[in-house]
Design a protein around this ligand. Structure first.
Ligand code: C2E
Ligand code: CA
Ligand code: CA
Length: 814
């Protein structure tokens, strides 16, 4: 029996080194995983690491053993071999467990781990040696050295492993590879030192008992190749898993971003699947709906529908459906919050497609109530009249357009204008004018209630009633009558009663106009026709009216020219004393000598001049003309009588009236007592204002006569208060005075009242001897009418009247 040390197969030694390096590298890689993973993953990775390390070290050791050849064949005890593997795997497991416990490795952790690992490796080595069924002697110095190397290698391995745990997980790292080489060297060093500590007793005879006899070389190659393959594969596996886990973590990251976008979004977001089940919802969704988070679980979107306002439900459902068909839909809807408020929402339904197939949709809702409210307010302001709150012209136009667009068979518009509103506004001021208009609007509303009509204020005193239903003409007429009756009830303003009337024009679609503009224009035409015929009434549009209106529009533009081109002239009508037929006054009446139409009546163009404001210029011109004519007559030795000039309401309320009159008197040189102004009762709406004006006028020294007396609505009480010198009995009472006893009685009353009030009285419109006689009988002292003379141009007046009237006694008019 002799002691041997044996020899080494260099290739196998290199192989064993290679195994050690790959094993070391694998472990370095795995430790990184252990420290970064959590939960049961961590256990799995630790186990896997322990297996890789244990098996790697073991197979390195085993190949190293096999690289060593004794001259004799050696058998191995299988159980002991397996024990050696188990020991190193368990030790590695414990070591990794200690080291990988926390993200930061402490020195004690490193030492304990390294000691465990070194113990495992050493135990593995010596147990492995013990498996050889051969007697071994140890040199204890080398054994100690091998254990120390094992400890140092373990410390180095674990430290390196921990140090490199953060190295990029998926890429091969040169530093890690170098460390693998160093660690491999340490492990191999330990092994071969351990081998060097051993010497074997070899007997000449084969000591094969019941152990395994191995073909050293083949087995060594097989094991090392297998191990390399296994480790290589596991490295590859780790590499792949790293790649995936990197993707996973990127996906997880992205998901976190999306989640944050979803959860912290200001807009409510609810996701549903194709069977309308609610999959997810965010905090804003809870807040918006006022529903608690738990409510959403196991609900379908259908359960949300009761919260949507009734009129929007159908459309909203349709939109959901569309989104699930893959269309992005944005729309507005409204819900009822459990606290009772209505919330207007803007919603976008976004389909979610996976692999080209819609799997659900996101419902993204934004509360736009505030936005909508302010929009509505703007709309309200834009489409309503501020004073009355009624729809305005713009709104009415839109409604008309809609009706026409909808191809409604028949509808109608009524244009309503308050007669004499200008008077109220001029005489009471705008504040009262506004109050009056509000009252008018209330009254019309009262008259139209229970009918499907819309009332709009078009501006000023102009209102329009839109009857969107197919009302018959007689129904429209009744409605118009109702409105007129409501308007006619006296208005109490500034402690007095005011009487106004309304003129209504009616146009029917489509017969009276195909579009909104035409229709309103024609209703206007009909309304003006009412005004022309004495106001206070209604009139349906007819084609004939249009021709008349056309004429009016023409007249308006021609009148402007007429004033500039001096086509206007003044005619004069004498006022005669009944007693002796003497001319005691003369009324100036304007005429328009139209180049084509001939003499145009003032009752045609004065209203136009009033409407357009031309009356100021026109009125002043007549005043100047009449005064200078009268002055010329005075100068020429004509009778010293006054001239009467008619005054429009607008002129009467013009602030500069007295100044204008004074200037004209001054310019023409006519003494004030020879100027008489004819005003009408309707100008006396506000007693205070009119008495102020009248006092200013009479202060100049001019006379005031009250024209058309008896036709106005005003009370008689003011007659006593106001400085009025003369009453002019209206022609309408004279016309039938011969046959109508009522008229006769009225005329008689006016005459005696005037006498009692110490006023002059004159009757106008006397055309016959009979009328004259009746008036003389009732003690009417002055008259004016065709019976004596029509209004005549100035030169004809001179010819006819400047020879004493007595000589031509009572000319015949025929
Ligand atoms: P008025 O002030 O009532 O004038 C009397 C009108 O009666 C005049 O009509 C006159 O021609 C007419 N007339 C006089 N006697 C008789 C008669 O016996 N029978 C009939 N059928 N008619 C008679 P004219 O000149 O056409 O004026 C109509 C109205 O136009 C006037 O009514 C007046 O309100 C207005 N007007 C005329 N000139 C002026 C003016 O210079 N300024 C203003 N603001 N209005 C004027
Ligand atoms: Ca007159
Ligand atoms: Ca008159």
């Amino acid at each position: 029996m002799e002691h041997v040390h044996g020899s080494y197969d260099l290739t196998l030694v290199l192989f064993s080194y290679a195994v050690a390096v790959v094993a070391s590298y694998t472990v370095l890689d795995l430790v990184g995983r252990i420290t970064t993973s959590e939960g049961h993953h961590r256990w799995l990775w630790t186990m896997f690491g322990a297996l890789a390390m244990g098996l790697g070290v073991w197979s390195m050791h085993f190949v190293g053993m096999l690289a060593f050849s004794l001259d004799v064949s050696v058998a191995y005890n299988m159980f002991t071999v397996i024990s050696s593997v188990v020991v190193v795997v368990v030790a590695s497991f414990l070591a990794l467990l200690v080291v990988g416990r926390s993200k930061q490795m402490t020195m004690p952790q490193l030492l304990v781990g390294a000691l465990l690992l070194a113990a495992g490796i050493s135990a593995m080595h010596y147990i492995g040696m013990a498996a050889m069924q051969i007697e071994i002697m140890y040199h204890y110095g080398y054994v100690m050295l091998s254990v120390i190397i094992a400890i140092i290698a373990s410390i180095a391995a674990l430290w390196l492993a921990f140090y490199f745990r953060k190295e990029s997980e998926s890429r091969l790292s040169w530093k890690k590879i170098c460390s693998g080489f160093i660690m491999g060297a340490a492990v191999v060093g330990m092994h071969y030192t351990g081998m060097h500590a051993a010497s074997f007793k070899v007997r000449q005879t084969l000591e094969l008992q019941d152990g395994l006899l191995l073909d050293h070389k083949l087995l060594a190659y097989m094991i090392s190749t297998g191990t390399l393959l296994t480790l290589g594969l596991s490295l590859f596996g780790i590499y792949i898993s790293n790649r995936f886990s990197k993707q996973d973590s990127e996906i997880a990251q992205r998901e976190k971003w999306y989640r944050s976008l979803f959860e912290n979004n200001q807009d409510a977001i609810i996701s549903i699947d194709t069977s309308y089940r609610i999959l997810n919802f965010n905090k804003a969704a809870e807040k918006l709906t006022g529903l608690h988070g738990e409510w959403f679980h196991n609900q379908t979107i259908d359960n949300l529908f009761p919260y949507i306002v009734k009129e929007e439900q159908e459309e909203t459902r349709e939109m959901f459906f569309r989104a699930l068909e893959g269309e992005i839909r944005s729309y507005s809807t409204a819900i009822l919050h459990p606290n009772g408020t209505r919330l207007d929402l803007h919603v976008i339904n976004v389909p979610v497609e996976i692999g080209g197939e819609v799997v659900g949709s996101y419902i993204i809702a934004k509360d736009i109530s505030e936005e909508k409210n302010s929009k509505e307010k703007v709309q309200l302001l834009a489409f309503h009249d501020e004073l009355t709150g009624l729809p305005n012209r713009r709104m009415l136009n839109e409604q008309l357009l809609k009706l026409i667009e909808r191809k409604v068979e028949r509808f109608s518009v009524m244009v309503l204008d308050i007669d004499r509103f200008k008077l109220i506004n001029d005489s009471l001021g705008h504040t009262y004018g506004d109050i009056f208009l509000q009252e008018v609007s209330n009254r019309i509303l009262r008259a139209i209630q229970h009918m499907s009509v819309t009332l709009a204020r078009m501006g000023g005193d102009e209102f329009t009633v839109l009857c969107s239903q197919n009302y018959e003409a007689d129904e429209l007429a009744k409605l118009a009558e109702r409105i007129i009756a409501e308007i006619a009830v006296p208005y109490r303003l500034k402690e007095s009663d005011f009487y106004v009337s309304a003129s209504i024009g009616i146009a029917i679609y489509p017969q009276d106009g195909q579009d909104a503009e035409q229709l309103l224009k024609h209703a206007d035409t009909a309304m003006y026709e009412v005004k022309k015929n004495g106001k206070n009434g209604f009139q349906f549009y007819t084609g004939q009216l249009n021709a008349q209106l056309q004429q009016k529009i023409e007249l308006e533009s021609e009148l402007r020219r007429a004033i500039a081109e001096q086509q206007l002239t003044v005619y004069y009508q004498p006022q005669v004393r009944t007693k002796d037929g003497c001319m005691v006054g003369i009324e100036a009446l304007v005429r328009w000598n139209h180049p084509e139409k001939g003499m145009v009546s003032p009752s045609l163009f004065i209203p136009i001049a009033e409407e357009t404001g031309m009356i100021y210029e026109l009125g002043e011109w007549v005043l100047r003309e009449a005064c200078s004519q009268m002055k010329r007559w005075h100068n020429a030795g004509g009778p010293l009588i006054p001239v009467s000039v008619n005054l429009s309401s607008q002129q009467f309320h013009q602030a500069s009236l007295t100044d204008t009159i004074q200037a004209v008197l001054k310019q023409t040189g006519l003494e004030p007592q020879y100027l008489e102004l004819e005003i009408t009762e309707s100008m006396m709406m506000d007693e205070n204002i009119s008495s102020d004006i009248l006092r200013q006028l009479t202060a100049i020294g001019i006379r005031i006569s009250l024209d058309d007396f008896g036709t106005g609505y005003s009370s008689l009480s003011y007659l006593r208060m106001l400085p009025i010198q003369k009453l002019k009995i209206d022609r309408s009472f004279i016309r039938d005075i011969a046959s109508n006893d009522n008229d006769k009685a009225i005329v008689a009353t006016i005459i005696s009242m005037a006498q009692h009030l110490n006023m002059d009285v004159i009757a106008e419109g006397i055309e016959t001897r009979e009328q004259l006689d009746i008036l003389i009988n009732h003690d009417c002292k002055e008259i004016q009418g065709y019976y004596y003379s029509r209004p005549l141009p100035a030169d004809e007046i001179e010819e006819t009247f400047f020879i004493p009237l007595r000589d031509r006694s009572l000319p015949n008019i025929s």
